[in-house]
Design a protein around this ligand. Structure first.
Ligand code: ADP
Ligand code: MG
Length: 254
C-alpha cells in the first residue's frame, strides 16, 4: 500500500482548510502500521482516501499496486470509533452484514459469522441485540463485520476511542491476537501511546495540520510486548516528546 505525495484541501464556509500536504508513506503487506498525531491533522482523511471514500487533490494512493478510484469492499474494510451497528439486527446478523452485500449465500454467511464469534469473544451472544451488549462487545461485533468479509487490508480509525481504559487494554490484546493469526495489513489510528507501542510494527507520527509524516518509528520487539522493559520506556518517552510537540503546535494554531 502506498501513499504518494498526497494533498487534500477542504473548502468550507469559513475558508479553505489544508488537511494534508504532501504526505507519503508506504506500508508493506502484513504490517500493523499506526498513525498517531494531534486532532485535526488529517488522520481520518487519510484513512478515508485509502478506503476510496475521499479523493486526493494531488498525489495518488495505491492499494495492492493499483490506484484507489473508489471504495473496494473486496480489498479494504474499515472500522470506525462508533461501531455503527444496526440496532434491529442481532450480533450474528450484524457480523453477517458485509457478506450479504457480497451476495454470499445465507448458509455460508451464517457459517462464517458463527465461526467468528469464538475469536470475537462473543460465543453465547449471537442472538443479542446491540443494546444488550457492552461497548467493548459492540466494537468487537463491528470488527467482526470487517473480518467476515476477509479483506487483506483493515483500516481502523480510533476503534477503541470510545471505550474505557481497562477495556481498551484488553481489546488491544485481543486485536493483537487476531492480527497475528490473520496476518492482515492493518492501518490503525489512535491517540494512545500504549496502543501504538503495544501493537504496531511501525508508528508514523503526523504533524499538526496540514498533516505530513513527522517521523516513523520501527518497532522490532517480539509480541506480546512488555510495556515496562527499558527499551519500551525509552521508546515511549521518545514518541511522547514528538507527539507533544505537534499537539502544542495544533493547540496554538486553533
Ligand atoms: N468533510 C469535511 N469538510 C470540511 N473540512 C473537513 C472535512 N473533513 C475533515 N475536515 C477538516 O480537515 C481537518 C482534518 O480532519 P480529520 O481528517 O478528521 O483529522 P483527524 O482524524 O486527524 O482528527 C480538520 O481540520 C477537519 O475539520
Ligand atoms: Mg479522526
Amino acid at each position: 500500500m502506498a501513499i504518494e505525495s498526497v494533498a487534500k484541501r477542504y473548502v468550507t464556509s469559513s475558508g479553505p482548510v489544508d488537511a494534508l500536504d504532501d504526505i507519503s508513506l508506504s506500508v508493506a503487506e502484513g504490517e500493523f502500521c499506526t498513525l498517531i498525531g494531534p486532532s485535526g491533522c488529517g488522520k481520518s482523511t487519510l484513512l478515508g482516501m485509502l478506503g476510496g471514500l475521499v479523493m486526493p487533490d494531488r498525489g495518488r494512493l495505491l492499494v495492492a499496486g493499483a490506484p484507489v478510484t473508489g471504495p473496494d469492499p473486496r480489498r479494504v474494510a474499515t472500522v470506525f470509533q462508533d461501531a455503527g451497528l444496526f440496532p434491529w439486527r442481532t450480533a450474528l446478523e450484524n457480523v453477517e452484514f458485509g457478506l450479504e452485500l457480497q451476495g454470499v449465500s445465507a448458509e455460508r454467511r451464517r457459517r462464517t459469522a458463527s465461526e467468528l464469534l469464538g475469536p470475537l469473544g462473543l460465543r453465547g451472544f449471537a442472538e443479542r441485540y446491540p443494546r444488550e451488549l457492552s461497548g467493548g462487545m459492540k466494537q468487537r461485533v463491528a470488527i467482526g463485520r470487517a473480518l467476515a468479509i476477509d479483506t487483506k487490508i483493515l483500516l481502523m480509525d480510533e476503534p477503541f476511542g470510545a471505550l474505557d481504559e481497562q477495556t481498551r487494554v484488553l481489546m488491544g490484546e485481543w486485536l493483537l491476537d487476531i492480527w497475528r493469526r490473520t496476518r492482515k495489513t492493518v492501518i490503525f489510528v489512535t491517540h494512545s501511546l500504549h496502543e501504538a507501542l503495544f501493537l504496531s510494527t511501525r508508528v508514523a507520527v503526523m504533524t499538526a495540520r496540514p498533516g505530513r509524516i513527522k517521523s516513523v518509528l520501527e518497532l522490532t520487539m517480539e509480541y506480546p510486548r512488555s510495556m515496562e522493559s527499558p527499551e519500551m520506556v525509552a521508546l515511549r518517552a521518545k514518541l511522547w516528546s514528538e507527539i507533544r510537540e505537534e499537539s502544542l503546535r495544533a493547540m496554538q494554531s486553533t
